[in-house]
Write a new protein. Sequence first.
Lengths: 215, 467
Amino acid sequence: MQKFISLNGLVAPLDRSNVDTDAIIPKQFLKSISRTGFGPYLFDEWRYLDHGEPGQDCSNRPLNNDFVLNNDRFKGASILLTRANFGCGSSREHAPWALHDYGFQVILAESFADIFYSNCFKNGMLPIVLDAHKIEELFQATEDNPGFTLSVDLEFQQILTPSGEKISFDLDSYRKFCLLNGLDEIGQTLSHQKEIAAFERNHLEKHSWLNQEVR
Amino acid sequence: MAGKTLFDKLWESHEVRKNDNGTSLLYIDRQLIHEVTSPQAFEGLRINKRGPWRKDANVAVPDHNIPTKNRDKGVEDPVSKLQIDTLASNTAELGITNFDMSDPRQGIVHVIGPEQGITLPGMTIVCGDSHTSTHGALGALAFGIGTSEVEHVMATQCLVQEKSKNMLVRVDGQLKTGVTAKDLILAIIGRIGTAGGTGYAIEFGGGAIRSMSMEGRMTVCNMTIEAGARAGMIAVDQTTIDYVKGRNFTPSGPTWDKAVKYWSTLQSDDRAVYDETIVFEAASIKPMVSWGTSPEMVAPVDGKVPDASDPAKAEQTNNALKYMDLKPETPMGDISFDKVFIGSCTNSRIEDLREAARVVKGQKVALNISLAMVVPGSGPVKAQAESEGLDRIFLDAGFEWREPGCSMCLAMNADRLEPGERCASTSNRNFEGRQGQGGRTHLMSPAMAAAVAVEGHIVDVTKYYEN
Ligand code: SF4
């Protein structure tokens, strides 16, 4: 797993609630059997005016100039600022893969859908929940100040604004630990192999029908 | 002392250990695998030289990409073909059972699990697919996971999870004739919203749920994720036991008796405490139809498309109306259609097809409908429908009768909407572009979709039940 420790980055505002994972990465790109290369197709239906297909070279495709990520002001952004229930819908991990491949490492939102939230951490990304009022202030600041950046520090669970304001955020300690250390979660779980094997023996004995082979 | 909820019981019986930080290591009984969210997980196992912990716990099936006609020609799209072939080779390499395209048991992963007895009460079940919540209808703890977690379960048979809170959605009374499980769950999502269940496991209870068939219960649990909750579940009762009995991989003999005894304990205690309880009156629910681009944007069949007067929702409403090309205050009955899709893991079981056929029988598909299709959820559903003559009813009316798969629910195969087309769909998501870029989806029950097919526009299907 990739590490995340801290980041100072440009903020891009996506002013919508309920952004679903179908919008983040449309289904045709899910046919890929690899984990990389999704960045050019991030938000494909909003970002381009034509229909995209996997493997297509995006450099000559017609851009939708109304879409925020096509605005030069936000080129190179690594922090995505958005509204409530971001990442709802399909469980596709291709959504965080696409966001990360594009360059986003931090997402600030009022709330996230559960599966998406959990998927982010597996890919070195930090989703941060802030209250609606704070999110609104950040939207305002992003609009008012071209080149608006934020510094995000995971260790201290703190965001620093250019004006010196400190915003703290909550995070589950296990997720924080894994992200800071780039821990292999499977390896972590396997360190309990004996316990798992003992549980399993007892569980399958008690519920013997669970041992039925499906052929 | 406070009692335990069904969710508490399922959770505790699978807890291998509690970690210091409040998470638990949860044992997973069954993992279902499909072609789209698994290749990168198999690759991860290979890179790290890890094997499957318990290969029998996994069952795979291709469904998302699979063609629904001319199967003898194989999979034409080379990219889809590679993904389906990759599933076959990955599962063969690890010795995991795969119901491939030629297997009569092949179908949508959430339809075949319960149908084959691969899904049983009391299990923990995961799949790299958000609609895994479907399996909770059998009194199981079932939820969708991402690809990294698919790999985690294959390698360890466990997942690190934080326990969700408990929510009870109680539906008192009985649904009116012609009002189905789909209408109920759309009404629930319409009330609590697409994030209403975030952080919760939802148990559905009350008289309307108790008298619902297993197919209906699966429809309700299937769309729990559309209300934001990863898991939906329903207590085990006689309906559950009767459904499970005699399926391919259901236990038999003395093991069956032992299993039934255990399954019969899978209900919430009388004094169980929920963090949240929401009550619905079943009799007040009407057939529901979605008008927008989120499953919470729904209206009763006799209602209207809303205006954007609620300032908190104005922007969302306006975006949705623009995408859907609808004017505020349009009566739902005035919306007319181009296509009809009856299928998906929400509504492609035998009961769904019977409901739709009942409306279609002796009628013809309306002239403005360019395509009406029925895609059964699995090989056995298709065979059962054909033995009842349902295929003839649909074909005679002008429907297409296809092979099982996800099909136009997400349009990864050739079945899709063209830009601007409007579709009456029994699937679960009306997101922008879900059924094809620029396509417009209205979610509804199989009976309602069948009525759209024959009348060309939205009608209240309860009138078909009057005599
Ligand atoms: S039918 Fe639709 S929702 Fe169900 S598993 Fe297939 S794509 Fe997903």
